[in-house]
Design a protein around this ligand. Structure first.
Ligand code: GDP
Ligand code: MN
Length: 382
């Protein structure tokens, strides 16, 4: 789960990382009030979950509160798009933040390096809006320092990496301290990414995290009730928010065939087969292993909340998830939810024969293979 900048800042501030003062505004009036408390010297920043907001026109500096408010007025409701996010995202909130004077822009990140099976700190003296270019053209300008899972990072290792990265000598000690706090925040919050770009050195010699991106491991959200609540707020889609609340892996897509399967791989395969049959799926949904009838009912309910769904395609490979349990769940769900849409079900594996019997007696359309199920669903979608 990705956090907005204002949420990321709060998380870092709680760990003692220096961040600029700032508050969220949802309209020009609020922006004006906040900007006035800062003497009009503010930066207004669109709170959208995408990189490159600066280049997309979503970050602007001001020296008048009224100008900041006018910009907020223009920005809210506008769709911002960037190279990383060509489809764009509509701005609902802005962060009105005290304007920092910049002498140098550095780059700091902590993330999970899956190949090395280790968390890693990345440091560069060439932060700012072109860090992607730095990474591809001069990867040596980004210095890595791996975090030992037993004893973490030592000061001397950080100091060495920071110096190697060419960071100003007056910022070295502050950066060692900041990185240690970032590592602490990363571990405490089960993050998979913390990125500070830019990490600003001011003319007065102070190091400040002027932008922050934090991603939390979804599988650890049960340990962080406050962050999980934030996830509901930030989910871009109300159905995805609902799914997050129930702990269901659901991703909204733009087609018309509602898909439910067990196991991410099987669901992906089902999406591919739907595409091969010439249609698009309306969602990705993995019911998970060992899904009981009640769980299946929740999933059917969730998928049907999307008004574009015209056919429901359920693909289960019975292993831990017994086929007859799923079949019962489906029958129960369509009864309770008054489902009128056609439903195609394919069940294979444990108790498949029993499942077929339950489904057929409830007049559901069954299929023997994924391909057949996808083709039947595609035909029914018209
Ligand atoms: P991003 O483009 O989405 O990464 O948004 P950032 O928050 O990183 O802002 C983009 C750029 O705007 C930064 O690299 C800075 O150059 C500039 N910027 C952002 N905040 C400030 C600020 O407080 N003062 C100054 N002088 N520049 C800022
Ligand atoms: Mn940035």
């Amino acid at each position: 789960m990705r956090l907005h900048e204002y949420q990321s800042r709060a998380l870092l501030a709680a760990a003692g990382v220096p961040v600029p003062k700032g508050e969220v505004a949802e309209n020009a009036q609020q922006a004006l009030a906040i900007a006035e408390t800062m003497g009009g010297n503010v930066v207004v920043k669109a709170q959208v979950l995408m990189g490159g907001r600066g280049k997309a026109g979503g970050v602007k500096l001001f020296d008048s509160a009224q100008d900041a408010a006018d910009f907020t007025q223009q920005l809210i409701g506008k769709r911002l798009s960037s190279v990383q996010n060509p489809g764009g995202i509509v701005v609902e909130k802005v962060l009105v933040s005290e304007k920092i004077e910049i002498e140098r822009e550095y780059y700091l990140a902590i993330l999970l390096d899956r190949a090395k099976q280790s968390d890693v700190v990345m440091i560069s003296a060439r932060g700012g809006v072109d860090i992607e270019q730095v990474a591809t053209e001069t990867p040596d300008a980004i210095v890595k320092c791996y975090i030992n899972p037993k004893w973490g990072v030592c000061d001397f290792e950080l100091r060495r990496a920071i110096k190697q990265a060419g960071i100003d000598s007056k910022a070295v000690s502050q950066m060692v301290s900041m990185i240690k706090k970032l590592v602490f925040a990363y571990e405490q919050n089960d993050a998979t990414l913390i990125e500070i770009n830019p990490c600003v050195l001011t003319p007065a010699g102070k190091l400040i995290a002027a932008d922050a991106k934090v991603t939390i491991d979804d599988n650890a959200l049960f340990r962080h009730a406050d962050l999980a609540a934030a996830a509901e707020q930030t989910a871009e889609d109300p159905i995805e928010a609902e799914a997050a609340k129930h702990g269901i892996a659901y991703v909204k897509l733009d087609g018309e065939i509602g898909v439910i399967g067990n196991g991410a791989g099987l669901v992906m395969l089902t999406l591919d087969e739907v595409a091969r049959a010439g249609k698009k799926a309306a969602n990705f949904l993995d019911v998970g292993g060992g899904a009981q009838a009640e769980r299946v009912r929740e999933c059917v309910d969730l998928v049907l909340k999307n008004p574009h769904v015209r056919v429901l395609l359920i693909n289960i490979f019975g292993g831990i998830t017994r086929g007859d349990e799923v079949a019962k769940g489906v029958v129960q769900a369509i009864g309770e939810l008054n489902v009128t849409l056609p439903i195609v079900v394919r069940v294979e594996g444990t108790n498949a024969a029993e499942a077929q019997r339950i489904l057929s007696s409830a007049n559901l359309i069954t299929a023997d293979s994924v391909q057949e199920a996808a083709e039947k669903a595609a035909a029914l979608a018209g």
